[in-house]
Design a protein around this ligand. Sequence first.
Ligand SMILES: [Zn+2]
Length: 229
Amino acid sequence: MKKNNLLGYVRESLQNTGIYYLNHDIPVWTEDPLPDSINLGKVIHEVGRLVPSAYLQYIHAIRIGIFDEMITRELNAFYKDGVLYVSNMQNSNKDMLDDMIHEIAHAVEENHYDFIYEDEQVFLEFLGKRKRLHDLLKSEGFDVKIEQFLTAKYDYDFDMFLFQNIGYPILQSITMGLFPSPYSITSINEYFAIGFERFYMGESNYISRLCPELSQKLIYLDELANEYQ
Ligand SMILES: [Zn+2]
């Protein structure tokens, strides 16, 4: 997930130290102080309430702080080898909650990759939207090349093109009704993760209208996860 508020962040006093447990067994701890406005215990509780517990088996720990990868890739959270890394620079409990759910999405994606992508429907839905975006940007006068838009995997140059050359505020208005957020344009993996995040943040109807193929996969996975609850 992309950082967006690092500059406006004011470091506040140390609190929320100590270890919390998600779902009673996944340790969560802070390595850099959280703002006073963040109630980590409450955020963790909400994650456990919103996400099927079967999904949490893929997570071994949640570390909160500033990590190198966040700086080099301009991220405010990432998932790696079963660990969620989440920035301590958070504006609200909801900001932190959606970061965590977003990264859980990447763990779920990694563990159900074949099911999500093997029939190519999510892939085709994503590329269709990318092509439409290309046409929209072109008609707005942007110098865009179609090849860049037809690569589903993460590409640093394309990411920077969207994030810096065009900018998320413009993308937000151009892609309304096409992509759930500018960041979901970045790669098929972010398309999945943003869809998952919105699905569990109470916007499943919105995702089902906007991304019907992705929504079908999310619903099926959710049913499967709840069976094993
Ligand atoms: Zn992501």
